[in-house]
Design a protein around this ligand. Structure first.
Ligand code: SAM
Length: 284
């Protein structure tokens, strides 16, 4: 295995200057300038040398190189053409073997095919689209067994929240459709350029062995989740009443699903939302 050299703060600034890139908020461009941090992410993801990794938003390549350092191969999906077009050269300059890195210039929110059949996701996600991008990847790339992503602290805490907690919400219940999520460490703001005005955390996930249900089941369940959390202070029989033909009809369906009609969405796990979706279908 060749020795891969990671990027430091001076390399990041030099590359950005060369490409005439001023980091934009719109694309969530906060680049990691600290080698320890990218190694910490890769260690948390337990990436090993024979694995196929997908990275969303490689930027100037800080994290990409740390993944490649393990010997794993990487498919990197980057929306910014200036960054996407420089990455292969950076990898080669830093000692990465040919053929280990594939760059896909695409919006990660809409990409539907990836070369290399990736099995692990590792990313420092663009913060403004982190949840939709994650859910899109879980849905579209079923080969993804596990991963670690860096997100804004509030988002990470929400993804990993259990029912009954104040921060449990639609993203928590939807993420749980796919498997188990956990917090996997915090990251200082000082390791980014530019320094963001939010804190970051690492979130890890393991996909469940078997899918909870079909794509139709998922869509129906996510619809109920959205309705339940659109009015999270309301009891479920009220929150679902318009969709289910009134509060009495909603109560009947909730009871058929084994859910208390006076409960609130924040108390329900994804299995309960799925049972409600099934009861709705049976009632129609
Ligand atoms: N991985 C790099 C690092 O750790 O230094 C950069 C991380 S930065 C937080 C987010 C990256 O995602 C940027 O490179 C940005 O251009 C890219 N990005 C933003 N929106 C994207 C999208 N919809 N699809 C793919 N990449 C996106």
């Amino acid at each position: 295995m060749s020795t891969v050299r990671l990027l430091g703060a001076a390399d990041i600034r030099r590359l950005a200057a060369e490409l005439d890139v001023t980091p934009t908020k719109k694309l969530g461009q906060n680049f990691v300038v600290d080698a320890n941090t990218v190694r910490k992410i890769v260690t948390a993801a337990r990436v090993t040398g024979d694995e196929r990794v997908v990275e969303i938003g490689p930027g100037l390549g800080s994290l990409t190189l740390a993944i490649l350092e393990t010997g794993a191969s990487v498919t990197a999906v980057e929306i910014d053409p200036r960054l996407a077009s420089r990455l292969a050269q950076t990898a080669s300059e830093q000692g990465v073997e040919d053929g280990k890195l594939t760059v896909v210039e695409h919006d990660a929110l809409t990409v539907t095919e990836l070369p290399g059949d990736p099995e692990v996701l590792v990313a420092n996600l663009p913060y403004n689209v982190s949840v939709p991008v994650l859910l899109h990847f879980m849905e579209t790339f079923e080969g993804l067994r596990r991963g670690v992503v860096m997100v804004q602290a509030e988002v990470g805490e929400r993804l990993a929240a259990a029912p009954g907690s104040k921060i449990y919400g639609a993203p928590s219940a939807k993420a749980a459709w796919y498997g188990q999520w956990r917090l996997a460490g915090t990251v200082s703001r000082q390791v980014f350029w530019p320094v963001p005005n939010v804190d970051s955390v690492l979130v890890g996930f393991e996909r469940a062995g078997e899918a909870l249900g079909s794509e139709a089941d998922r869509l129906d369940t996510f619809r109920i989740i959205d309705l339940a959390f659109q009015q999270r202070r309301k009891m479920l029989r009220q929150a679902l009443s318009r969709e289910l033909g009134g509060s009495a009809a909603a109560s009947e369906i909730l009871e058929a699903a084994g859910v208390e009609p006076t409960a609130r969405g924040e108390a329900l796990d994804v299995h309960a939302f799925f049972r409600i979706a099934q009861a709705v279908r049976e009632a129609r």
